[in-house]
Design a protein around this ligand. Structure first.
Ligand code: ARG
Length: 454
């Protein structure tokens, strides 16, 4: 491609470190799409002839067919997907192929290829997040009133409902979807036509190619166009946050299904056995969702590190963007699919959740609130009184509900029978009617609100 200036071929090591065809072949369809748009524009602008354009288009379709069918022979000597495609095009159509690269550089070529690819990745992720939100909504709906223990510091805190807990993840994945949509909107500008870095002297029409490729318009600065990888970084950042959310849910599923909790069952199809312990059912899929977070976050950090010291404009360092993008996109795709499947198949065990919901004196706040409401005790003092009642229950080895009235009255004589109305977990949950709180009516409303938006 540049033999004119060179007197010897690259050493084998140079070829090995330099070639990207091993991974950037995944850009073949986008590369050909970009070349079709570019050559159509060149012809319309009178820069190449209509005959050349027709030959190029026909040839590119053949190349695409060969790649899709697996008949194409990729060559490492040809470095990357751009030169592999162009070289094969030349074999097929001859001279017109040599005019395709007029007013174009591999720098703006790879920039547009990768942007088309990452745009599709955004759309896939958006769809998958939507499917996961739907699965969570469907699982939450029948459990708006199913009581479970709520934790802070992983210690019993206050009872909540299982539906409310699942809906917390709907909020998280909705924000993730928002980030993806936001980034998708920002990336939709076309860098093709920036040339190597400075634009071109040919009378190209960048608006034409931008429209043909589904972009809102062309990017405005040629230097930025060839040196910017923000769309990949934003995808990796959004994917990292999604992976972190998925990992937290995976972690909860893992301990929910362990015997001491027993809050959920996960069917066999999501678990594996142990080669030694016959009783085991291991939540490998959930563990891998949790574990693969490291790859996605790793990709983000790797690409940020590649980019951070680069002067304008293109440097070959940037070739390192692709493996990070592809790996993170593949990973987020499989973990989103696996999590959606697990959520669909998750079988909650309400009896177990209810049995544990009252543990750890989880309605102590309700007791304190009752003292405030019924006896007009200031909250700080009510907190102290409740603390003493809790120690008394602990000393006797009973729950707050089981503690006799006289025992409470020795701490605060004005306490009366009415206290027992708030000590049960069902009542506790039902009373949390503040906006966003866990009361079953609230949860049902939240589910309905999201149903309309998902
Ligand atoms: N394979 C290269 C990459 O992925 C394509 C761009 C090469 N440009 C250049 N000036 N060598 O970044």
């Amino acid at each position: 491609m540049w033999g004119g200036r060179f007197s010897s071929t690259p050493s084998a090591l140079m070829e090995a470190i330099n070639a990207s065809i091993g991974f950037d072949r995944r850009l073949a369809a986008q590369d050909i799409q970009g070349s079709v748009a570019h050559s159509a524009m060149l012809a319309r602008q009178g820069i190449i002839t209509e005959d050349d354009r027709a030959a190029i288009h026909e040839g590119l379709q053949r190349v695409l067919g060969e790649i899709e069918s697996g008949a194409f022979t990729f060559s490492t000597a040809l470095e990357d997907i751009h030169m592999n495609v162009e070289s094969r095009l030349r074999e097929i159509v001859g001279d017109p192929a040599a005019r395709l690269h007029t007013a174009r550089s591999r720098n703006d070529q790879v920039a547009v290829d990768i942007r088309l690819w990452v745009r599709d990745a955004h759309d896939r992720t958006d769809e998958q997040l939507t499917a996961l939100m739907r699965a969570l909504l469907a699982k939450a709906e029948p459990h708006a009133a199913t009581v479970m223990p709520g934790f802070t510091h992983l210690q019993s805190a206050q009872p909540v409902t299982f539906g409310h807990h699942l809906m917390a993840y709907v909020e998280m994945f909705a924000r993730d979807r928002g980030r993806i949509r936001d980034s998708r909107r920002r990336l939709n500008e076309c860098p093709l036509g920036a040339g190597a870095l400075a634009g071109t002297s040919f009378p190209i029409d960048r608006h034409q190619t931008a429209t043909a490729l589904g972009f809102d318009g062309p990017t405005r600065n040629s230097l930025d166009s060839v040196s910017d990888r923000d769309s990949l970084l934003e995808f990796l950042a959004a994917a990292s946050i999604t992976a972190m959310h998925l990992s937290r849910l995976a972690e909860e599923i893992i301990f929910w299904m362990s015997a001491p909790f027993g809050f959920v069952r996960l069917p066999d199809r999501w678990t594996t056995g142990s080669s030694m312990m016959p009783q085991k059912r291991n939540p490998d899929a959930a563990e891998l969702v949790r574990g693969k977070t490291g790859r996605v976050v790793g990709s983000l950090v790797a690409l940020l590190t590649v980019m951070k010291g680069l002067p304008l404009t293109y440097s070959k360092d940037m070739q390192e963007d692709k493996e990070q993008l592809f790996d993170a996109a593949d990973t987020i795709e499989i973990v989103l699919a696996a999590m959606t499947g697990m959520v669909q198949d998750l079988e909650p065990v309400p009896e177990r959740m209810a049995a544990v919901a009252g543990a750890g004196f989880s309605t102590a706040t309700d007791l304190a609130d009752w003292l405030v409401r019924s006896l007009n005790i200031p909250f700080r003092d009510a907190h102290h009184v409740t603390g003493r009642i809790v120690s008394e229950a602990e000393r006797r080895g009973c729950t707050l509900e089981e503690l006799p009235l006289e025992a409470m009255q020795t701490v605060e004589p004005r306490i009366h029978q009415g206290i027992y109305d708030v000590l049960g977990v069902e009542n506790s949950v039902r009373s949390r009617t503040s906006f966003g709180g866990t009361s079953p009516t609230n949860v049902a409303e939240q589910i309905a609100w999201w149903r309309e938006r998902v």
